[in-house]
Design a protein around this ligand. Structure first.
Ligand code: PEP
Length: 262
């Protein structure tokens, strides 16, 4: 069975103080679980992507749960160091305890004009370095979906994102399929349509690359109400949650339902 991934993207929300309060509640809920001691053997990894300012703080807070709670950044730059005001390097992230990084989130692509070329260079740098596992976001907008062009659109995003990776061996890639029209809109994809896209993404990757430990997770208006239906699908390996991850009780409920913990 593939290990599933339940990831929280806090986006530009929460100060350090808010994060402390959040984890006081969240870890209390986790520690109250009957089977708490078994969580390290769980088939899920829980990932948190707080803002850069709280990576170090969060790393300290989760240190007793590092076996199943992991840290991710929301972004990364491909250069090692230098005159890149406002950017952050792989070294900096690894030194804060990050093991994952989100790359190519649709908000980065659409609001900050991140190009396929830039995303390709970030993926290349992360693979060359080897310390961070990339969570590569892809997904079509509503116009493309209305014209039934989502498969080709996402295929093209994957092709571009992976174009600088040397050879065809792609290890530990996490693809987050996040249709833009479903993000923050309260309109998640129908589970069967999500399953079809995830299967397509798997088939595409398998046809061109030698993949191992790949996961394809879904993002877009995931809540505790729809998580079970979504996770029921065989090619959906987990979720990336924005809005509903901001409340510790809601995100805990999502994690519990997704991981079948009672
Ligand atoms: C996201 O931005 O990655 C996301 C999935 O957001 P939301 O859960 O709020 O739709």
């Amino acid at each position: 069975m593939r290990k599933q991934i339940i990831a929280a993207n806090f986006k530009m929300n929460k100060t350090d103080e808010d994060i402390k309060k959040y984890f006081a509640v969240f870890l209390d809920l986790i520690n109250g679980l009957k089977n708490r001691s078994n969580l390290s053997g769980l088939d899920s990894d829980l990932i948190f992507a707080p803002p850069f300012t709280s990576l170090s703080g969060t790393n300290k807070i989760i240190k007793t749960c590092r076996d199943f709670i992991k840290l991710s950044s929301q972004n990364v730059y491909y250069e090692k160091s230098g005159a890149y005001t406002g950017e952050i390097s792989i070294d900096m992230l690894a030194s804060c305890g990050c093991e994952y990084t989100i790359i190519g989130h649709s908000e980065r692509r659409n609001i900050f004009n991140e190009s396929d070329e830039l995303i390709g260079k970030k993926i290349e740098a992360v693979y060359k370095d080897g310390r961070l596992r990339p969570i590569l976001c892809v997904g079509e907008n509503l116009e493309v979906r209305k014209n039934d062009g989502q498969e080709k659109f996402v295929e093209n995003q994957l092709l571009n994102a992976l174009k600088y990776v040397k050879g065809t061996v792609i290890k530990s890639l996490i693809v987050a399929y996040e249709p833009v029209w479903a993000i923050g809109t309260g309109m998640p994809i129908k589970a069967e349509d999500g399953e079809a896209m995830h299967r397509y993404i798997y088939d595409y990757l398998e046809s061109g690359y030698s993949i191992s430990e790949t996961r394809v997770i879904y993002g877009g208006s995931v809540t505790e109400k729809n998580i079970e239906e979504i996770m029921d699908k065989p090619h959906i390996d987990g979720v990336l949650v924005g809005g509903a991850s901001l409340d510790p009780q809601s995100f805990y409920n999502i994690f519990r339902l997704a991981s079948n913990i009672n």
